[in-house]
Design a protein around this ligand. Structure first.
Ligand code: EPU
Length: 338
């Protein structure tokens, strides 16, 4: 029997550690419970929020609706020659899935070690780090359509994956709830070591032929050295996307700031938002209970007791100052829940 709770604190359910509450709250441990939940038409008409690990959202206020926390567990695998298909429940912790695969020699997601959040959120954001994105290994996902009460399977081409984007954030926003994700991994891993810091760290450890475990350890080490641990300092990883600008705009920025950190992205250019923010003097700055992280200006943090409004207001100030210095508009990567 589903238990709908009322006036539940969400402080431990968002990695920013913002102290807000949900008017209604339900935990889903099995996909059939979604069917059961929406048999009651009340919930079709109520404002809803689907929560996984809460690692990519900022609550600006109490949530006056129904929070649906997905806690569907389980990992299954199927081997076919050197291919491995791993299917995980949306409520699994992403990094537990990474460890499960690395421990068994299933290659493909080792560069995504230690990304906070749940498996179910991974396709929504098309999570990525150190030269790998979820879309590179994504096979399919199963999702519940709220309006029809039916389940549907999405294959990769259905998902419109792009940099930190997917159909689940775009055209189908809030229409589906992901219940499981299937990845296509390999027993013959094609290690992706092109990200400079990985190479350097492997060299400094005298590792010339890295294993999956080595890569996972090195990536974890890099993350820990740069990014604050949400269990001690509230944060949601990169707060903004790295902006992608046209060649013409890039040339303008580059002529004034030749040292601008950039990466070619097809015909366009991606700029390092952390660099832009640091150049505006924000790196490590403390503003009330919030601020930017000392080792990575792209990460906004809660130094304790910050409200969502406070963090949001800092993010607006950062957007304004980057825009006035560089003419580049930063876009928030974190979902803002108002
Ligand atoms: N930089 C600065 N100052 C800073 C931060 C960065 O100058 O304060 C410059 C440096 O030149 C650095 C470059 O920016 O070399 C890139 O920085 P970093 O390697 O830390 O990566 P990022 O572009 O800031 C992205 C992802 C991260 C992911 C890393 C590694 C986005 C929005 N962020 O950050 O993802 O871990 O690359 O691949 O794309 C996340 O999405 O939450 C996240 C942490």
């Amino acid at each position: 029997m589903l238990q709908i709770q009322e006036n539940i604190s969400l402080k431990n359910f968002n990695t920013f550690g913002i102290d807000v509450s949900a008017r209604y709250y339900v935990e889903i441990c099995h996909e059939d419970e979604l069917v059961e939940l929406f048999l009651d038409p009340q919930w079709l008409d109520t404002k809803r929020l689907v929560l996984g690990g809460g690692s990519n959202m900022l609550f600006k206020d109490d949530f006056n609706g129904l929070v649906i926390r997905i806690n569907i567990r389980g990992i299954e695998r199927r081997l076919q020659n050197n291919d491995v298909f791993v299917e995980a429940g949306a409520g699994e912790v992403w990094n537990d899935l990474v460890n499960y695969c690395v421990d068994r020699g299933y290659g493909g997601i080792e560069n995504l070690s230690l990304i906070p959040g749940s498996v179910g959120a991974s396709p929504v954001q098309n999570i990525g780090a150190y030269g790998v994105e979820l879309k590179d290994v994504f096979k399919s996902c199963r999702a519940f359509e709220i309006a029809s009460g039916q389940f549907k399977t999405f294959i990769k081409t259905d998902c419109s994956f792009a940099y930190r984007e997917s159909v689940f954030k775009g055209a189908l926003k809030e229409q589906y709830i992901i219940v499981s994700v299937k990845l296509h991994l390999s027993l013959l891993p094609n290690l992706n070591l092109k990200y400079g810091a990985i190479e350097q760290e492997l060299q400094s450890r005298n590792i010339s032929e890295p294993t999956l475990k080595d890569v996972s350890k090195v990536v974890s080490h890099i993350r820990v050295s740069k990014l604050p641990d949400p269990s001690t300092i509230g944060n949601a990883g990169s707060f903004f996307k790295n902006p992608i600008i046209s060649r013409a705009q890039f040339e303008e920025v580059h002529s004034k700031f030749p040292e601008v950190v950039n990466y070619p992205a097809g015909d366009d250019f991606k700029l390092a938002a952390g660099w832009l923010i640091e150049q505006c003097g924000w790196k490590g700055k403390i503003v009330g209970n919030t601020g930017t992280w000392q080792n990575q200006a792209l990460v906004l943090v809660n130094h304790g007791g910050a409200t969502g409004e406070e963090v949001y207001s800092l993010s607006s100030q950062i957007i304004d100052s980057v825009y006035s210095k560089f003419g580049v508009l930063l876009e928030r990567e974190v979902n803002i829940v108002a």
